[in-house]
Design a protein around this ligand. Structure first.
Ligand code: NDP
Length: 451
């Protein structure tokens, strides 16, 4: 008799845990998806017999490599780099590169797994991947960062390509780092292709790529609120993070008439009861990105605000919340507090910021809750559009791209409704996103047979 994955959810998860010891983030991400997919697959024999979920939860490959570089004092430093190529059933692997001391194989496997569904949801032909290193860019000189990026690319270049795997930025990797890596790729291969996205506008980048993730998360939030006949006008928002995603989410909320009360970094959060307006957001962008400062210094510039060291902002009462910093930054207790304080909607800018307890709390309370794989897909969507522009060797105008981003976010919202409508006015966006993303990848895999 053929072996199938006709086990129940618990049996399946036991297997995932056994095969991936010491990889809690990866196991958590698979569990969140499997909870919805098992129900969906119940009457779909071909997904079972072809072991589709089991195959998506096993990366195509994980490349791990040594990255040596020399610091400014002449010391030899050794870091570990990875590229996880999870699934390329619907297009070349695509996903960011993260430089942060918390990076492990487990974190990158969870991100590549999530990316597979997210990319499918955008409707663009992109598979799922992710990469990075435990290198900590904080406190490093620009020269040190350049040498690290060059060394990282000296190994990575052989695993990527415009039709193979197209990395982008993520935490700790912005336009500058993409520039250093693209320069090294071009030098080694003598090939000018769209092998990375998030590039500078002068050398193949796309307009609105920088803003796309944060703006997209707010467009998704507006789509959710519209199902209740509401919008952001006059609503209060609590946001975590103060990097690319958080500051652009804040900017779009302000543009749409909302009031942003908080931002944060790994040191704590600031609460500004007057609202963080465009001018203050600009100050944060300059302070965090260019001066590499800490968010706590905000209160010196804007004395009506308060700083809360070592804390997350979820206790501040609000209408909407956007976790935009990192994974597992919003726990079950935080979710309960948000719900108790009357929060109506949560749109995730970060990847898996809410832990499983928190996810269950939001679902149980039936508030509008969008998982990152749906709501933060705007960034990778514009990356996909950057790839198209590179292939065509042309650049689209800002208005065209803004409209495409809005349309893609509305399309993702519609897919979530298609598979997540539970009746009685409740849409389970997690379920909708998981099933819509899974179905597209799974059907492509069925077409390829056992490969
Ligand atoms: P940035 O590096 O620009 O900013 C990250 C922010 O999160 C910083 O404010 C950082 O604070 C904070 N942060 C990082 N780690 C922690 C931690 N352990 N605890 C508290 N705060 C922390 O990254 P992005 O804005 O690009 O990314 C943020 C999230 O969005 C990530 O989950 C990323 O995967 C996701 N994402 C990003 C996309 C993009 O286009 N950039 C696309 C889709 C998802 P500090 O300065 O102190 O480190």
């Amino acid at each position: 008799m053929a072996v199938t994955d006709h086990v129940d959810l618990n049996g399946f998860m036991e297997g995932v845990k056994k095969r991936n010891p010491y990889q809690p983030e990866f196991v958590q991400a698979v569990q969140e998806v499997a909870e919805d997919i098992f129900e969906f697959m119940q009457d779909k024999e071909e997904y079972h017999s072809q072991q589709i979920l089991r195959r998506i939860a096993e990366p195509d490959r994980v490349v791990s490599f040594r990255v040596c570089w020399e610091d400014d004092a002449g010391n030899i430093r050794v870091q570990r780099g990875w590229r996880v190529q999870n699934n390329n059933a619907i297009g070349p692997y695509k996903g960011g590169i993260r430089f942060h001391p918390s990076v492990t194989e487990s974190v990158l496997k969870f991100l590549a797994f999530e990316q597979t569904f997210k990319n499918a949801l955008t409707g663009l032909p992109m598979g799922g991947g992710k990469g990075g290193s435990n290198f900590n860019p904080k406190g490093k000189s620009v020269r040190e960062i350049m040498r690290f990026c060059q060394s990282f690319m000296t190994e990575l270049y052989r695993h990527i390509g415009a039709d193979i795997d197209v990395p982008a930025g993520d935490i700790g990797v912005g336009g500058r780092e993409i520039g250093f890596m693209f320069g090294q790729y071009k030098r080694i291969t003598n090939n000018f292709t769209g092998v990375l996205t998030g590039k500078g506008l002068e050398w193949g980048g796309s307009l609105i790529r920088t803003e796309a993730t944060g703006y997209g998360a707010v467009y998704f939030l507006e789509n959710m609120l519209a199902t209740k006949g509401e919008n952001l006008e006059g609503k209060t928002a609590v946001i975590s993070g103060s990097g690319n995603v958080a500051t652009h989410a804040a900017e779009k909320i302000v543009q749409l008439g909302g009031k942003v009360l908080t931002l944060s970094d790994s040191g704590g959060f600031i609460h500004d009861p007057d609202g963080i307006d465009q001018e203050k957001i600009y100050w944060v962008k300059t302070h965090k990105t260019h001066r590499r400062g800490r968010i706590e210094e905000y209160v010196e510039a804007f004395p009506n605000a308060t700083f809360h060291a070592g804390k997350t902002p979820w206790g501040v009462p609000c209408d909407v919340a956007l976790p935009c910093a990192t994974q597992n930054e919003l726990l079950g207790e935080d979710a309960k507090t948000l719900v108790a304080n009357g929060c109506k909607a949560v749109s995730e800018g970060a990847n898996m910021p809410t832990d499983l307890d928190g996810v269950h709390t939001f679902k149980h309370a039936k508030i509008l809750y969008a998982p990152g794989k749906a709501s933060n897909a705007g960034g990778v969507a514009v990356s996909g559009l950057e790839m198209s522009q590179n292939s065509e060797r042309r650049s689209w105008k800002e208005e065209e791209l803004q409209q495409m981003l809005k349309d893609i976010m509305s399309g993702i919202h519609n897919s979530c409704i298609q598979y997540g409508n539970q009746g009685g006015g409740y849409i389970d966006y997690v379920k909708g996103a998981n099933i819509a993303g899974f179905k597209k990848v799974a059907d492509a895999m069925l077409a390829f047979g056992v490969v």
